[in-house]
Write a protein that binds this ligand. Structure first.
Ligand code: FEO
Length: 404
């Protein structure tokens, strides 16, 4: 890849993964992604993070170009150990023999367990508050534990007002553009929300704490460089990114419901459609999502800012269908807050579905609207009416909550 000079003597030396779709092994990246690494040319040439291991040669080539032909790395800063950012550490260490490798206290633990050959590496632990000189510049370190791994940290260079912020403020966005101000804002916002919903959401309390801590430190930042996606350039865009994260972390519900379901012989599907009509009657915007046609990651993007989540499954072998169990497991791990819930489904003989679905949703702290609707074999007029009423009731509960 060609390096991009993002500030005087500071280069993006990352790589664009146009074909990435399976992000971090559990989520979707429909637009592809980037692995961002940054090189600062100073007395000590300093590399911040690396890329996924299969892009190793491209990283070396970018570093060489940025260095004017002869690649050199004196210091290596490891803001995050997830393998799509730390995948080239051993190759960088073997090739360039950096004088020092900086990482957070938790980063050191992760580094040792990923790189079993790191005993002799010149690792220096830099907790929050530590700073180093790299020549004309200093680098200050701020741990951002659980945003979104224990090892994450932010590196800030006050002389350039630039922060390398690892997982925070990222998006999955493969493009030839490098800056947020070069692409459509609404699409970018959606990509940022998608990333937040699938990666950062469970750590929303940490996000709020980190935003408050950053505000308290009065850092002067005019460029935010996440490890994935486009760079936030200029004070307005930096403020925009910080505000988006505050809004995401607060998880205020919208006038929106998601109906997630699976179906065997279309009975549960027909119930979902009748519930959708009831919600619409109350003015709620609805996403009707069959789990056969929507990956759990796409469902979660919609659940993220919805005020209500209604889940349907037929009873199958005394349980629920496996794809519904998949989406519920994924959703529970991401700990969505402030949702109203409801359950529905059809059955042939034993009929445990709504009880199981209700347990899942209450286990996530959702305020349940009762009664759940279940029907033997095939819904008729009465069941459709009950489903319509359930949709209306959820819609009324959501409207009342939004007005409170
Ligand atoms: Fe691709 Fe936790 O980062």
């Amino acid at each position: 890849m060609k390096p991009v000079e993002i500030k005087k003597d500071i280069f993006w030396v990352g790589t664009v993964d146009w074909d990435s779709r399976d992000f971090h092994g559990y989520s979707l990246s429909p637009r592809g992604t980037t692995y961002n690494a940054f090189l600062v040319l100073d007395e000590k040439v300093t590399l911040f993070d690396t890329v996924k291991s299969n892009f190793n040669e491209e990283l070396i080539c970018s570093i060489a170009q940025a260095c004017g032909g002869t690649p050199r790395i004196d210091y290596l800063v490891v803001n995050h150990l997830e393998p799509d950012h730390a995948g080239c550490l051993d190759c960088i260490v073997e090739r360039f023999h950096p004088e020092k490798i900086f990482c957070s206290p938790m980063g050191e633990k992760a580094l040792r367990s990923y790189y079993h050959n790191s005993q002799d590496w010149p690792i220096e632990i830099v907790p929050t508050g530590a700073s180093i000189s790299i020549g004309k510049r200093t680098v200050q370190f701020i741990e951002t534990r659980m945003l979104h791994w224990p090892d994450n940290m932010v590196s800030y260079i006050p002389e350039d007002k630039i922060a390398f912020c690892s997982d925070a403020f990222g998006q999955n966005w493969a493009s030839t553009e490098r800056f947020c101000d070069e692409v459509d804002r609404a699409a970018l916002h959606s990509a940022m929300a998608d990333y937040y919903a699938n990666i950062v959401l469970p750590y929303s309390a940490v996000v709020l704490k980190t935003l408050d801590a950053l505000a308290g430190m009065n850092l002067d930042i005019d460029m935010l460089c996440p490890d994935h996606g486009l760079i936030w350039r200029g004070r307005d865009d930096v403020a925009y990114a910080l505000n988006c994260y505050r809004e995401f972390a607060l998880q205020k519900p919208k006038k929106k419901a998601v109906i997630v379901y699976d179906t065997m012989w279309h009975s549960t599907e027909k119930m979902a459609r009748a519930i959708c009509d009831g919600l619409t009657e109350e003015g709620i915007s609805v996403r009707l999502m069959s789990v056969k046609h929507n990956h759990h990651s796409a469902v979660m993007r919609e659940v993220f800012d919805a005020g209500a989540v209604l889940v349907g499954s037929p009873t199958h072998n005394n349980g629920i269908l496996p794809l519904v169990a998949d989406v519920l497991t994924y959703m529970k791990g991401l700990r969505p807050q402030n949702k109203i819930g409801a359950a529905f489904g059809s059955f042939g003989w034993s009929g445990e579905c709504v009880k199981i679905l209700t347990e899942h949703l209450t286990g996530m702290g959702m305020e349940m609207v009762e009664p759940a609707v279940k029907v033997k074999n095939k819904p008729g007029h009465d069941t459709f009416q009950a489903c319509f009423e359930l949709g209306k009731k959820v819609g009324q509960a959501l409207n009342a909550k939004l007005q409170a």
